[in-house]
Design a protein. Structure first.
Length: 134
């Protein structure tokens, strides 16, 4: 059932005013935005913690890992080892430094975080919904 049909049903059949329907829609929408934002923050915190645990595990067992792989710690070893695991590039291949990509270089302007962008989109959708239903 479409949103417009729900609003028409609420106004005509239930006898509610358009302002009541708009208020209820706004409460429902903003409640969902708050729940989604808190879920995002919780997932982000869990991901950061998990990443720290993985990094700590590699740091603690780095010597054992190198001994099992018959490798000696040297400059540039860990990027080569990462490329070997991720992409299957042989360990004896010398990696060239990455060229700065124009898409990844800092443009000097302020960058928006994903959370800020999502919050602005939610605000715009909420305001548009309130204006349409009011």
């Amino acid at each position: 059932m479409s949103k417009a049909r729900l609003v028409i049903t609420a106004v005509l059949i239930e006898g509610r005013s358009q302002s009541q329907v708009a208020r209820d829609y706004g409460l429902c929408f903003w409640g969902a935005v708050v729940v989604a934002w808190l879920t995002y923050l919780g997932a982000l915190a869990a991901a950061v913690t998990y990443g720290q645990l993985i990094r700590t595990t590699f740091d603690v067992h780095r010597g054992l890992l190198l001994a099992q792989l018959d490798l000696v710690e040297e400059p540039g070893l860990w990027p080569r080892l990462a490329q070997h695991w991720y992409r299957g590039i042989p360990m004896d291949v010398k990696l060239e430094p990455d060229e700065p990509d124009e898409r990844t270089t800092d443009s000097g302007g302020p960058a928006l975080a994903l959370g800020s962008l999502l919050l602005m989109v939610a605000l715009a959708v909420g305001l548009a919904g309130a204006l349409i239903l009011a």
